[in-house]
Design a protein around this ligand. Structure first.
Ligand SMILES: *Cc1c(COP(=O)(O)O)cnc(C)c1O
Length: 385
């Protein structure tokens, strides 16, 4: 890429953020009632795992996403761990996912002592390809007499499928829903990056049995650290129980009826979440305006701006470009970071990490192609006023 186009991109970012200082990839913004709600938890002394903000936050997220229920957790990884357990994932099972994701997706599978199977992504969505999944299952799987999906070679159960909505862009959900349904595989969406993203008018994370969100500091809205499980009434009740050390309600006795987890979100964090949730639509408008501005600024350059898939409304959590090749990617990363504009490459593929390199996988041509080319651009919310 020429020096001119890097200069133009850096110039655009500096103009947009109206600064000559360092521009981070993604910084949280607190423009609402954050201080008021957090102070309220301190004054009430309810800063820990019980309190009105937890309930309010869960109800607010359920209403916003259209999920029957939402259960708050200490982070997004914990949400995914519990969601997989509730999907029936057991030791020795296989869980299909994409190699192009943040490591938490695979770690949650590994916490269940299950094994990820890597299937390729689509170049348009950057998410799990329903067609590649179907092709892999046709070649390697069968339904046994009980209707359980198993590998033909060694009879391992393929229990769940975890697509991830990369950078907030919804994956091809129609195909994923129908393929997983046909093969009797539980669909668990990792919607950590896609709060506020809709596929054909329906919120991501609500297409399968379970979906999960993250409110880490770098996500579209934050609770400091936190996550959420989206589920039906029944599964949500199970999720609440498991994340609350599996304690039976009792006035004073300690009765824990199974192995549980302390995965609850503190009220202190939920208070921050309630204030952030009130601003979510404003954040998304700002993100979408920034995305449109990037697209305009990059018109005619050799960098291809990643746009929302058809029939979707993406939250544009992280803006991204696809470079022509790896050399251009390296040059873009080097020059922008040198100029104090933070950019980052997409993650290394999961099958390139030590702990997941021997996992089963299909052809990963698109994932490898994207790994060599995708760069994220500064994406913090800017309030234009
Ligand atoms: C952020 C994220 C998570 C969850 O992360 P936590 O830091 O545990 O909240 C999971 N999957 C993906 C793809 C993510 O980006």
């Amino acid at each position: 890429m020429s020096e001119v186009s890097v200069n133009r991109l850096v110039g655009f970012v500096r103009d947009y953020y109206r600064t000559n200082e360092f521009v981070p990839l993604h910084a949280p913004v607190f423009l609402g009632r954050e201080k008021e709600y957090v102070a309220d938890t301190i004054e009430s002394t309810f800063v820990s795992s019980v309190g009105i903000y937890v309930d309010r936050f869960e109800e607010g997220v359920a209403a916003y996403t259209g999920s029957a229920k939402a259960v708050a957790t200490v982070n997004g990884t914990a949400a995914l761990h519990i969601a997989l357990k509730l999907a029936g994932v057991e030791a020795g099972d296989l869980v299909v996912t994409q190699p192009l994701t943040f490591v938490a997706t695979c770690n949650a599978i590994a916490y269940c002592n299950a094994e990820p199977v890597f299937i390729d992504v689509d170049r348009e969505t950057l998410g799990l390809s329903g067609e590649a999944l179907e092709a892999w299952l046709e070649e390697h799987a069968e339904l046994d007499a009980e209707g359980v999906c198993r590998t033909r070679a060694d009879s391992k159960v393929i229990r769940a499928c975890v697509p991830m909505h990369t950078f907030g862009h919804p994956a091809d959900l129609d195909t994923l829903v129908s393929v997983t349904h046909r093969w009797n595989i539980s669909l668990v969406e990792d919607a950590a990056e896609s709060l506020g993203s809709f596929y054909k008018g329906k919120h991501t994370g609500t297409f399968g049995a379970l979906g999960t969100l993250s409110f880490n500091g770098n996500k579209i809205m934050t609770t400091g650290g936190g996550g959420m499980i989206l589920a039906s009434e029944t599964l949500a009740a199970r999720a609440k129980h498991l994340t609350t050390t599996a304690k039976k309600p009792h006035t004073y006795e300690y009765i824990h009826d199974e192995l549980g987890y302390n995965y609850r979100l503190p009220n202190l964090n939920a208070a921050l979440g309630c204030a952030q949730l009130e601003q979510l639509e404003t954040f998304i408008e700002a993100k979408r305006a920034l995305a449109a501005a990037y697209e305009g600024a990059l018109t005619g350059s050799s960098l291809q701006f990643v746009k929302e898939p058809q029939d979707c409304r993406s939250n544009y959590w992280l803006n991204a470009v696809i470079c022509e090749n790896k050399a251009q990617r390296n040059e873009l990363l080097k020059n922008t970071n040198q100029d104090g504009v933070m950019t980052r490459p997409i993650w290394a593929l999961m099958n390139h990490l030590d702990m997941y390199q021997s996992c089963r996988r299909g052809d990963l041509d698109n994932a490898e192609w994207l790994e060599a080319r995708v760069v994220n651009l500064p994406s913090s919310v800017v309030s234009k006023g």
